[in-house]
Design a protein around this ligand. Structure first.
Ligand code: UGA
Length: 435
């Protein structure tokens, strides 16, 4: 089938590439000329495992192409996926101007049936709004459909998630739209055996918000329990293990840490709280999820201050700048919270990250970046672990101890065993465990 994808951010580019990989003919459109030029040179605007190889392969096999022209995208296919940004506004509400703009421009140049599929995470009732916009700007009485098809892929495992999803959710209003989407997804349903869930558009939109917010709530829950563990002399990893073996709870998303980050959870929880408010429901549970997440960062900072006593002129090695391993994404990463505060406190910072260094350097170009965790920790008074990169977990701890000024670690990801640290005489503080 021919498919147009508008927006070549994380979701758009991965979705388009995966649709091409399963045999469709895909045109990815973006109004950012430099991005499209990069993609045509096979340079990726984002870091994602296996993406460059898949883009190259599918372009060479003539199933994937790029354009800056939305009208070309409109002519290319009767199915148009909208994967443009919905950045947060002043009160946490999503800015819908990019989505609205796509709807308007498609309507203005539409000459036959089109199915517009919302792929970006959008507030409930975006489907209704898009329908109104298209009807308003259509020049003649042409049939069209709107559908919602939220994406559940994670950064770092995006290709695997897109090709082998747990479920495919579609919000539809017509048999024609359902059939088109089922046909598009048939190869994925066949290879993954996942369910194809049809529901109304508002339910599909809400499923996305509820899923991300539920996962954020799970993380805040375990983080709150970790605080009690510290006070009560319990171990959060043993508690989480004990909870997670209950199939109804599951062990996933029960890792206590320095709080969730990234481009999705913080933004989506904010947006869901805002949407609920608009509907007249004050979502106190989610507001508490946000508060716990913030407090987890502050608590980590207090641990650092307690250990250092005075921060000024101390050399602090920060291991991990990305919001999670496997990505160069630093949006809402813990590193972006701690670095400005430590600079303000006049600490000397040394930074390490295997992939996100370049992105961080764009924001903090005067800081010192190192190639390995050990080089970064050399002469440091303390090491902060902010991302669970495997390179940190596999560090030679004896070597680390020998290069540091004072062997001390504050671990925001619980990568090491406190007993081992004690034996090695390294001061070690982690999350929700007594030391
Ligand atoms: C998240 C969802 O997991 C995806 O299903 C969804 O499609 C995506 O948002 C989106 O809306 O686009 P992502 O932001 O890539 O995916 O990352 P996650 O793996 O979910 O991690 C989010 C944050 O939670 C990270 O900061 C991670 O370190 C933290 N986390 C995760 C924990 O602190 N503890 C855990 O147990 C799990």
């Amino acid at each position: 089938m021919k498919i147009t994808i508008v927006g070549t951010g994380y979701v758009g580019l991965v979705t388009g590439t995966c649709f091409a990989e399963i045999g469709h003919e895909v045109l990815c459109v973006d109004n950012d000329t430099s991005k499209i030029e990069m993609l045509r040179r096979f340079e990726m605007p984002i870091y994602e495992k296996d993406l460059p190889e898949l883009v190259k392969k599918n372009v060479h096999e003539k199933r994937l192409q790029f354009s800056t022209c939305i009208e070309e995208g409109n002519r290319f296919s009767e199915v148009i996926f909208v994967a443009v940004g919905t950045p947060p506004g002043y009160k946490g509400e999503a800015n819908m101007s990019y989505v609205e703009n796509v709807g308007r421009r498609v309507a203005e140049t539409m000459d036959s049936y089109r199915l517009l599929v919302e792929k970006s995470t959008v507030p409930i009732n975006t489907g209704e709004q898009l329908k109104r916009t298209i009807s308003k700007y259509l020049s003649s009485d042409i049939d069209f459909d709107i559908a919602s098809n939220p994406e559940f892929l994670r950064e770092g495992t995006a290709i695997e998630d897109a090709l082998n999803p747990d479920r495919i959710v579609v919000g539809i209003e017509s048999v024609r739209a359902a059939e088109l989407l089922r046909k598009i997804y048939a190869p994925i349903i066949e290879r993954s055996g996942c369910e194809f869930l049809e529901m109304n558009i508002a339910s599909a939109e809400l499923t996305k918000h509820a899923s991300n917010s539920f996962l954020a709530m799970k993380i805040s829950f375990i983080n709150a329990v970790s605080r009690i563990c510290e006070l009560a002399g319990a171990d959060i990893q043993q508690v989480a293990h004990g909870m997670g073996l209950d199939k109804r709870i599951s062990p996933n998303f029960l890792n206590a840490g320095v709080g969730y980050g990234g481009s999705c959870f913080p933004k989506d929880v904010d947006a869901f709280v805002h949407i609920a408010d608009q509907y007249g429901y004050s979502f106190e549970l989610l507001k508490e999820v946000q508060r716990i997440n913030q407090s987890q960062r502050e608590h980590f900072m207090q641990k650092l201050q307690r250990e250092l006593w005075v921060t000024q002129d101390k050399t602090i090695a920060i291991l991990g700048l990305a919001f999670k391993p496997g990505t160069d994404d630093i949006r809402q990463a813990p590193s972006l919270y701690f670095v400005p505060q430590l600079l303000e406190a006049k600490a000397k910072l040394k930074l390490w990250d295997p992939i996100a260094k370049a992105k961080f350097d764009e924001i903090h170009p005067t800081l010192n970046y190192y190639d390995t965790p050990i080089e970064c920790a050399t002469d440091a008074d303390i090491v902060l672990i902010l991302t669970d990169w495997p390179e940190i977990k596999s560090m030679d701890l004896d070597r680390l101890k020998s290069v540091m000024k004072c062997p001390a670690i504050i671990d925001g990801r619980n990568l090491f065993d406190p007993k081992e640290m004690k034996n090695k005489k390294i001061s070690y503080y982690s999350i929700g465990r007594t030391h």
